[in-house]
Ligand binder design. Structure first.
Ligand code: CAA
Length: 396
């Protein structure tokens, strides 16, 4: 069977950053709770002219500069913080990226699981025709109410992946385990801009989905735990990955061990990026370990509501030369810090409606949300080589 998997991967962050030690001081909480108890150091926060489209397109732009778009006929955009009930974020990103009309553009949703749904769909498309490549974007803004328990687990960012035959980074193996259960642990009603969450239930639902997906994976002939060299988990906060790994180790009777590697490094600083979180964790693992060639990685994806999936991939030889290994660290370091006062003002002012408005120019990223005109969202391509299509319809 042709090897199919992730050929390249790029991560984007929002423009701003909020330090969790600062937030803890303002909320009168011991900083140890956020920094150690949740395992979070900071959270990316979007400027007013950023959203999932601008961040997702920025990640894809970095990726496509390396890979080109030859053979791409699908753009699958996963998000749970989409910008329209009908038009997909993929169509906006398609124009910003200057992709040809012969590329389909679709959005997928199932909470944080959507990125994995897009990846699995892409793998199927490439298995059908190995000449095709699929662009997958996963982007989210994790927003909880100010002063809520979820507040320190906010974040914002995007992952873009090119899925192809004979991939350069990770061959995804065909067996995976799935667990779907109707649970009210976390959701966002159509009239709400922040998530509704039962935090305790969400943690237990995550762990139940992990065990159930693992059992399905094994029942279908998937690798045993001792055949898996590293584990990467969806990270609503990085401590959750440690809890998940300990729970899985108990479930399968393995010593807990040190198999998370460097996979927590980016999400500690990004915060929760929902659909992108697992793939930011994968990027952190690949960037932080130069001895992974030929090693098997187990990946667990969880989306509240809920769907979980456990799958595996084998790292390809030469993977460490595919992407600049300091690319994400540089992007994280370039974020512009917000004081807690500025963050609270920006949180309260986040535009959610469809009334006409012009947004202030803040982000220095390649794309920006310019505002709403005639009730439609307008995006600008501020990249050095704007596509003709972007010039046509890109400004308010
Ligand atoms: N020093 C060190 N650790 C400390 C501490 C201190 N001073 N004070 C507290 N802690 C520890 C606690 O012991 C606890 O650790 P354990 O869980 O290992 O016992 C940890 O800090 C967190 O403390 P609490 O459990 O008291 O925190 P909380 O109840 O205020 O909030 C939460 C936790 C409910 C998960 C909250 O962050 C939340 O609602 N988050 C959003 C929902 C979420 O992320 N759920 C995760 C699963 S769902 C999912 O994965 C999908 C998704 O992306 C949302």
């Amino acid at each position: 069977m042709t090897a199919v998997g992730i050929h390249d991967l790029a991560i984007a962050t929002a423009h701003h950053v909020v330090g969790l030690a600062d937030l803890a001081a303002r909320r009168d909480v011991d900083p140890g709770k956020y920094l150690v108890g949740l395992g979070q150091e900071s959270m990316s926060f979007p400027a007013e002219d950023e959203d999932v489209v601008t961040m997702g397109a920025a990640a894809a732009r970095t990726l496509l500069h390396r890979t080109g778009a030859d053979g791409v006929r699908w753009l699958l955009f996963a998000t749970e913080s989409g910008v329209d009930q009908s038009k997909s974020a993929a169509v906006y990103a398609h124009r910003l990226l200057g992709l040809p009309p012969s590329v389909r553009a679709v959005e997928l949703k199932q909470a944080c699981y959507g990125g994995t749904a897009a990846l699995q769909t892409a793998l199927g498309i490439v298995h059908r025709d190995p000449a095709e490549r699929v662009l997958v974007i996963a982007a989210d803004v994790a927003r909880y109410a100010l002063h809520s328990p979820g507040e320190p687990t906010q974040g914002a960012g995007a992952a873009a992946m090119l899925v192809s035959a004979d991939p350069a980074l990770l061959e995804v193996e065909p067996v995976s385990g799935v667990a779907t259960a109707d649970v009210d642990d976390f959701w966002r009603p159509n009239d709400a801009s922040t998530a509704v969450v039962d935090g305790r239930l969400s943690v237990s639902a995550y762990l139940a989905a992990l065990k159930s997906a693992w059992d399905d994976h094994r029942a279908r002939g998937g690798a045993t735990a001792s055949e898996i060299d590293r584990f990467v988990y969806h990270q609503p906060f990085t401590r959750m990955a440690e809890k998940a790994h300990a729970a899985l180790a108990r479930h399968v009777g393995l010593p807990d061990g040190e198999r998370l590697g460097s996979g927590l490094e980016y999400n500690r600083r990004l915060g929760n990026t929902y659909t992108a979180s697992l793939y930011a964790a994968l990027a952190a693992l690949l960037d932080g370990d130069d001895a992974l060639a030929g090693r098997r990685i187990g990946l667990f994806s969880y989306g509240s509501g809920s769907v979980g999936e456990f799958f595996t991939g084998v790292v390809r030889p030469g993977y460490d030369a595919v992407r600049p290994r300091d690319e994400v660290t540089r992007a994280l370091a370039a974020r512009v810090p917000l004081s807690v006062d500025e963050y609270e003002r920006l949180h309260a002012a986040r535009p959610t409606g469809s009334a006409d408005a012009v947004t202030r120019r803040v982000t220095d990223g390649p794309y920006r949300f310019a505002g709403v005109r005639s009730r439609a969202r307008r995006y600008e391509n501020t990249a050095d080589r704007p596509s003709a299509a972007a010039e046509q319809g890109g400004s308010v």
